[in-house]
Design a protein around this ligand. Structure first.
Ligand SMILES: [Zn+2]
Ligand SMILES: [Zn+2]
Length: 296
């Protein structure tokens, strides 16, 4: 049996609702899932409160847009996943709300820049195509660009206009990564370094990075991920063992926004062993004093 611990719903930039994700997970036979929306717990909460979980085990999740630690040369986002967090921990919710607001303020600025570059677009069109304002971000703007024929696909929109350092890029508020990890810990959860193969500059010294991050509270590495090749998966798994970190994995499913990525299997050959889920939940319950346990 396999699991998927990295999933986006309509609460951020995915295109399926938490309940649609759940029924898809049932259909393909996943043993456990976590919805990890960008900077919001809404999708994860809806999943865990669903009476339709059935045999599927689920755990609360979030993906926080943090700023990289000083040792990382890159700018842009440093994604930190959090698992097993309490939904009602106020300091975490307050920072997630601030991140959401920053996202809302950022979108109109991006649209302004695109208009200055000669494209004709407005926020109402972005919202209409997205079907609402929940979790609106650059992927939705990219979708409108594709819809209007300004780009061939979402990747081109990011590579030419919306990505870091490109002409329509607008910087955004991010939580310092030590603060994101501390908030996840304080909310009863475990912070996990998301998709290191994507986030980290290939030149970075992984041991130096982990030597910095572990004392900050890092508890796991996302070892299994569609963009990780066999060598990367082995390298991150070995690092997790060296530092006593949990291993997690998931598809980073976004529905039709990233049509090449399937729930559970990623680009086709992703298999995240369900034993990882057992270890994760056991570690959480060993640490936990006041947070409700995961379902299942
Ligand atoms: Zn991410
Ligand atoms: Zn993600």
């Amino acid at each position: 049996m396999s699991i998927d611990l990295h999933i986006h719903s309509t609460a951020s930039d995915g295109t399926l609702t938490p309940l649609e994700i759940l029924s898809l997970a049932h259909r393909i036979g996943l043993a456990a899932i976590a919805i990890t929306d960008h900077d919001t717990l809404a999708g994860s909460r809806q999943l865990l409160e669903s009476p339709a979980l059935g045999p599927i085990r689920a755990i609360s999740g979030v993906e926080i847009s943090a700023s990289p630690p000083p040792i990382c040369p890159q700018r842009g986002s440093f994604h930190v996943l959090g698992y097993g967090i309490a939904f009602d921990y106020f300091p975490l919710n307050r920072i997630l709300e601030r991140l959401q607001n920053a996202r809302q303020e950022r979108n109109p600025k991006i649209i302004q820049r695109l208009n200055a570059l000669g494209f004709t677009m407005n926020m109402a069109e972005v919202i209409e195509l997205a079907g609402g304002t929940d979790g609106l971000g650059r992927p939705h703007i990219a979708r409108l660009m594709k819809h209007k024929g300004y780009v061939e696909n979402i990747d081109e929109a990011f590579e030419c206009y919306l990505g870091h350092g490109k002409p329509a890029y607008v910087d955004k508020f991010r939580v310092p990564c030590h603060e994101a990890m501390a908030l996840i810990r304080d909310a009863g959860g475990i912070p996990v370094l998301a998709h290191p193969g994507v986030t980290l500059d290939p030149a970075i010294d992984l041991d130096r990075l982990l030597t910095d991050l572990v004392p900050m509270g890092l508890g796991g590495i996302e070892v299994y991920y569609p963009d990780h090749n066999t060598a990367q998966t082995a390298r991150y798994a070995a690092a997790a063992r060296r530092y006593g970190l949990l291993m997690t994995g998931g598809s980073d499913f976004h529905g039709s926004l990233k049509p090449e990525i399937q729930l559970g299997t990623g680009t086709g050959d992703l298999v995240v062993p369900d034993a990882l889920f057992t270890t994760l939940t056991e570690t959480l319950s060993a640490h936990r004093t006041r947070v409700p346990g995961p379902h299942g």
